[in-house]
Design a protein. Sequence first.
Length: 271
Amino acid sequence: MERLIEVRRRSEIFPPAFNFKMFLRFAKKISSLRTTRALSQIKIVELPRLGAITGDAMSERPDVLQDVSATALEHMQRCLPQSWSSLTRADLLYVFASTAAHNLRPYGKGCPSQEYGELLRSEHLDCSNYGLLTYYFSRLLLGEADRRPLSFVGWDGGAVGNHQMLFLSEPGKTPHLAIDPTLGIACIASFDDIASGKPVPPDAIAIIGATEQLNASRVVFITALLEGQFRPSDLLYYFPTVEDYLTRYGNPFDWPTPAISILRDRHSGDR
């Protein structure tokens, strides 16, 4: 009975995370033995009380994000590998903002609005929604002096298809941090590292507070990081700041980027 009570208490504190055995089962189907071994070394971190961050809660009491972040940061600092020890508190708050966005709503048909309130009310979010929500959450978590430029990067074709990532970096400063709120992944790597196809070591990648949804996509994405499968020709867009992303997006079909032909071909019948 005591054991059952302990399990129940744990389930109330930690939201259901994806099944690690299922994660490796997907990995074995699509990866080489060497990559499967590397996938098994990826650190998986569950964060407590993520279920408290709901759309309604954030609308009525935004400080719930700060409340949950305090425990979450302690947990990340305790559970992440030694290679992550150079990350600052601000870095980890960006990771937490990404995790909170990832857990807020399930992946699906996205919200057409970029407004914070509309994103909170949407039943489903897509990768561009998760990225923008990460930015909004980071504004609630960090003061002006601690904020860092958040770059919005889109890929198409190649290893991961049409997908958005966020990069946290400043020229001349390390470490660089890449976060994927759609899949619940963070890694210590720069845009140049990933875009040039430089393999990311397993101890520089972590799955943090991820849900079970999109498990197969998660394996594909991490495999692409481990094997250095990204290419410059996969780049669809790069906005160095959220201001650029919100005000200079323009007409995507006019973007002068390597992967624009893939986007145009996909929507050739829509225009």
